[in-house]
Write a protein that binds this ligand. Structure first.
Ligand code: CTP
Ligand code: CA
Length: 226
């Protein structure tokens, strides 16, 4: 693959981006997941690579091609995503961006054989998954961390709460109650929060929003590290 350009607002920076859904197996043929398309994370990866960054995408199962010049490490479960992200950050990372829609819970046990339809009702015991973003942000060598928050109400309050709770440098809030935006759409509108300010972007294409996010992340991560 071609060398990244030496110029651009992220020249020489190493980015790790999580994207897409995770899948949590119930038995050999079934899983729990969500409707995340991965489009926002892949758009940011593309924009960051175009801005000169070395980009590694830790990606759940999606139907998207690897963006030009971006290394994709495919994962399936939330536990896989944590392991792959920790490895990628240990290899060297200046900015960590978590766009993935990680399943909050997984089945307590994955049945070894296909579960048979034997009763009128069934219940599934679920246990909490590890939080990749919070784990990376809590490291002593934490990179500049950017989270996403998909909310339907009290967007600003929930998003800034998440930023503080997970000790993030920035959070991108998505109002998923807006029709035709967000999950699975090519369009989005977001509000970005950092400790001293905020900026609303869009409605616009996910690629245009990704380009503005990359500019904001570049200037704020500079401020932290220099
Ligand atoms: N995230 C993560 N690992 C998880 C859950 C979330 O890395 N197990 C990341 C997401 O990629 C996102 C951010 O944390 O960047 C916020 O995710 P969100 O689902 O909005 O927040 P949660 O902390 O899971 O809280 P809740 O779903 O209850 O609102
Ligand atoms: Ca969640």
């Amino acid at each position: 693959s071609p060398e990244p350009p030496a110029t651009g607002v992220l020249a020489g920076r190493r980015l790790v981006i999580t994207a897409g859904p995770t899948r949590e197996p119930i038995d050999p043929v079934r899983y729990i997941s969500n409707h995340s398309s991965g489009k926002m994370g892949y758009a940011i990866a593309r924009a960051a690579a175009a801005a000169g960054a070395r980009v590694l995408l830790v990606s759940g199962p999606v139907n998207l091609p690897a963006p030009e010049g971006v290394e994709v490490r495919p994962v399936v479960t939330a536990e896989d995503m944590l392991r792959a992200s920790e490895r990628a950050v240990t290899e060297g990372c200046d900015v960590f961006i978590a766009t993935a829609a990680v399943a909050d819970y997984r089945p307590e046990n994955c049945a070894g054989d296909k579960i048979k339809k034997t009763s009128e009702a069934m219940s599934l015991a679920l246990v909490r998954n590890p939080d990749t973003l919070a784990t990376i942000a809590a490291r002593p060598d934490a990179p500049f961390t950017v989270g996403f928050a998909a909310e339907t109400t009290d967007v600003a309050r929930y998003a800034t709460d998440k930023m503080q709770r997970k000790k993030l440098n920035m959070i991108v809030a998505n109002d998923v109650s807006a029709p035709g935006l967000g999950f699975n759409s090519d369009q989005n509108a977001v509000t970005v929060f950092w400790p001293e300010g905020q900026e609303s972007i869009g409605p616009d294409s996910k690629q245009a929003i990704a380009e503005r996010l990359v500019t904001l992340i570049a200037s704020h991560s500079d401020r932290i590290e220099n």
